[in-house]
Design a protein around this ligand. Structure first.
Ligand SMILES: [Zn+2]
Length: 252
């Protein structure tokens, strides 16, 4: 070790201290390179790749659900199959990581950067998604409060992917989850996706057509925008898993 050369005439305890400090430095660098840090929301403890299964895979799938490929929808089933591999690869590419489809420390650290301690992506909050008529919470809709909340979380991760793909400009949510009374008061469809926590009406820095077109790449089965009745002032997206897209003024 070069650090010791030239120190032969120094007192032994000083040499030993320097060696000790150098050793700590090497150990610290090694730890940084091989393991991801703990996170306030969720911490992965193993590298995940195709064939893996479990809750850690399911947690990963929620966060890469916005990268299923054009017109596709990722199953949140805890099974790391070829579709999860492809989604992880697209997520990695979107953030400039080496795109191998294997979720290791580099991928997890990026996810930790992108999530708040309540597991929402950093640019979206539950309070943007909850009762759209000025109330709060996820009760009074078509599903249990916890199921609605889980849908809202997945919706936000898909929105984060859409936001990133559009250059990280803000997306504004004008309406998301609605309780039945709220949905009735705004004239929503009786079976509206807004009752399930799966939908968001968007305005923002982009044209409505730009958002509608890009949303097709990020897992949104429902897309309604300009030219579709009642949608000339916002683009509606939802995470249903069969595609129903209509924005005639945008060529969609
Ligand atoms: Zn809507």
């Amino acid at each position: 070790m070069p650090i010791i050369v030239g120190l032969r005439r120094q007192p032994l305890h000083l040499v030993m201290a320097l060696v000790f400090v150098a050793g700590l430095l090497v150990a610290t660098i090694a730890a940084t390179a091989t393991s991801a840090r703990a996170d306030g929301c969720y911490t992965w403890t193993r590298t995940l790749s195709q064939g893996a299964s479990g809750e850690d895979v399911r947690q990963l799938q929620i966060r890469v659900a916005g990268y299923p490929g054009y017109g596709q929808h990722l199953s949140i089933d805890g099974q790391y199959g070829p579709h999860t591999t492809a989604a992880v690869r697209d997520f990695q590419a979107a953030y400039g990581l080496s795109a191998d489809g294997v979720a290791g420390p580099q991928t997890f650290n990026k996810l930790y950067q992108l999530q708040d301690d309540d597991c929402t992506p950093i640019h979206f909050t539950y309070s943007e998604m909850d009762d759209g008529c000025g109330g709060s919470g996820f009760d009074g809709g078509a599903l249990s409060e916890s199921a609605t909340r889980a849908n809202a979380l997945r919706t936000m991760w898909e929105l984060e992917a859409l936001r990133h793909a559009l250059g990280d400009q803000p997306l504004h949510i004008s309406s998301a989850f609605r309780s039945y009374p709220c949905n009735s008061s705004v004239g929503g469809a009786s079976n509206s996706q807004h009752l399930y926590g799966t939908a968001a009406d968007l305005t923002g820095a982009h044209s409505l057509c730009t958002m509608a077109a890009q949303a097709r790449h990020h897992g949104f089965g429902g897309i309604f925008g300009p030219g579709y009745p009642g949608h000339d002032d916002h683009t509606h997206v939802d995470i249903r898993t069969s595609n129903a897209w209509s924005a005639p003024s945008c060529g969609i």
